[in-house]
Every structure is written in structure tokens, then in C-alpha cells.
Design a protein around this ligand. Structure first.
Ligand SMILES: O=C(O)CCC(=O)C(=O)O
Ligand SMILES: [Fe+2]
Length: 270
């Protein structure tokens, strides 16, 4: 069965990354989890979200290491995304998701970023670093559920995945497991209902997940904006209009003036 992003809310790109490309990434992930579990000083913490090995999420890896940037920039992934997002594609968020052992590692039914429904639509690339089967935590999805738009949801305080779609809107009998080989990529619309089971398999289940959006509105929850495709002046002109900047003195210049002003006051007081 061939699923399409348009009809089903997701598609599977087979065999995009080779084992040769993935093995250094897996090694890096192992080291990152170990580093995080030892609770060592994280120099990136000032800029990005801290890693959370205990809940199975390492955040903002793409900004920390070029190996992840390379995965996220893959042209076959971007070609597929272009069908939904158009020619201008920028980063929204990225993280590595795995199933920590001996924890309640289930991910309940949800739509991604459901609490940010006013923002431009996002699409995800979920890159399998391992062979992922039902037994070691394959993603479950409900084909076509993206067509219902944002669904009613509630927040479960303290949970790792806390914004959940209300049960009565989840037609669980229609769910399918998305089983992947290492190097396959699941592309999905943020509105697709998805979840994964609690598992206790010895086999690792790691996926590098990148979310993308177009340039309707530049919107990065943290860190600096990163562009994967397009976003050049001519398309910005078309998208954002020929609006002149409201304040044409650069903020850095204003900041320098402020410092200079304070210095002058100090000098005049002496
Ligand atoms: O790790 C999982 O099983 C699900 C993760 C998820 O919901 C996501 O990547 O959007
Ligand atoms: Fe999700």
C-alpha cells in the first residue's frame, strides 16, 4: 500500500540513508545519551533545550553537530516536503526520540504542536536510525486523520508527552503500524494522529525527527533560524510583501548608542 502525504497525512521514503552514513550518527547518539545520563556540564544548555535522556528525547542536535544537519538537509526529503511546503523550507524544531528502557515509554495519541495551532503548518521527517518494528516501538498512525484539522485536546501535567488528543476523537481500530528499516524516513503532517506503544525490547529504537515549515512567517521557537531550501530575496519579497522595516535603525546600533549614552552620563558625573 502506497500512502501519500496529501491523502493519508504521511508517506514512507525507503532506503534514504546507508548504514555507512548512519553508523557514526548512532555512535554519536550513544555518546550523547551517556553524557546526558552522567549529568555532565552541557555547554549548549544556555542556547538550546537541555537533553532529557530519562524521557527519551535529545533536543536540538542539528545545531550541536553537523552530522544531524546533513541528515535533515537530504535532497530527497526536501523534494518530498516541497510538495507540501513549497520552495521555501526552514527548520522549526529537531530532536532525537528513543525508548528509554524500563520506563513507561509509551507515547499516547497526539497531534504535534497542538498548542500552537495559529502558527504555519509543519511537516516532520522521522528518520529511522535502527530497524523499527512493532516490537521495538514503531509509530502507529491513523491514515487520513490529518484531514480533521486540530482536534480537541487536554494537557496531562508532568508527562513527557503532555498534550493529548481527547480519546473520543481517536479511531484506534483504523491505526496502522509504520515499520521501518534503518535509513527509511517517515514524512508526516503535524495533524496526523500518531502514537507508539510501551515496549521493553532489547533492540534500540532511535529516530531523528526534524520539523519543517515554510516562510509564510519566520518562526523559530529557539536558537537561530536555519534555512534548508529557497528563502532567497525574490521569494521573501513575494511572500512577505514589500513592507519596509518598521524601525530602520538596526537593534545592535541602538544597543551601542545606549551603552555610549550610559558612558557619557558616567563621565559627566565625574
Ligand atoms: O517516539 C515516539 O514513539 C513518537 C514520537 C513523536 O510523537 C514524534 O516524533 O512526533
Ligand atoms: Fe509526535
Amino acid at each position: 500500500m502506497e500512502y501519500t502525504v496529501q491523502n493519508d497525512g504521511f508517506t514512507i521514503l525507503k532506503n534514504i540513508f546507508s548504514d555507512r552514513q548512519l553508523s557514526p550518527v548512532r555512535k554519536l547518539v550513544e555518546e550523547s545519551v551517556e553524557y546526558c545520563e552522567k549529568n555532565l556540564n552541557d555547554p549548549f544548555e544556555k542556547y538550546f533545550l537541555p537533553h532529557r535522556a530519562e524521557t527519551g528525547v535529545l533536543y536540538d542536535l542539528l545545531q550541536r553537530n553537523p552530522l544531524f544537519l546533513e541528515l535533515a538537509s537530504n535532497p530527497i526529503i526536501l523534494d518530498e516536503l516541497e510538495k507540501s511546503l513549497g520552495k521555501d523550507i526552514a527548520l522549526y524544531e529537531n530532536s532525537l526520540v528513543f525508548k528509554p528502557k524500563e520506563k513507561n515509554n509509551a507515547v499516547p495519541w497526539h497531534q504535534d504542536f497542538i498548542n500552537r495551532s495559529k502558527e504555519p503548518i509543519k511537516f516532520m521527517a522521522w528518520i529511522a536510525l535502527d530497524d523499527i518494528r512493532k516490537e521495538n516501538g514503531a509509530m502507529k498512525v491513523i491514515p487520513g486523520s490529518h484531514k480533521k484539522g486540530f482536534l480537541p485536546w487536554h494537557r496531562v501535567k508532568g508527562a513527557a508527552y503532555h498534550d493529548l488528543v481527547n480519546e473520543e476523537f481517536v479511531e484506534e481500530d483504523k491505526a496502522v503500524y509504520v515499520e521501518l528499516e534503518a535509513g527509511d524516513v517517515l514524512i508526516f503532517n503535524q495533524l496526523l494522529l500518531h502514537a507508539s506503544d510501551k515496549v521493553s525490547s532489547e533492540k534500540p529504537r532511535r529516530a531523528f525527527r526534524v520539523s519543517y515549515q515554510n516562510m509564510e512567517k519566520l518562526n523559530t521557537p529557539r536558537g537561530i533560524p536555519i534555512v534548508f531550501r529557497g528563502c532567497n530575496p525574490s521569494s521573501l519579497y513575494q511572500k512577505l510583501g514589500a513592507n519596509p522595516r518598521k524601525n530602520n535603525s538596526p537593534s545592535q546600533f541602538k544597543y551601542l548608542l545606549q551603552i555610549l549614552g550610559k558612558k557619557l552620563i558616567e563621565i559627566s558625573k565625574k
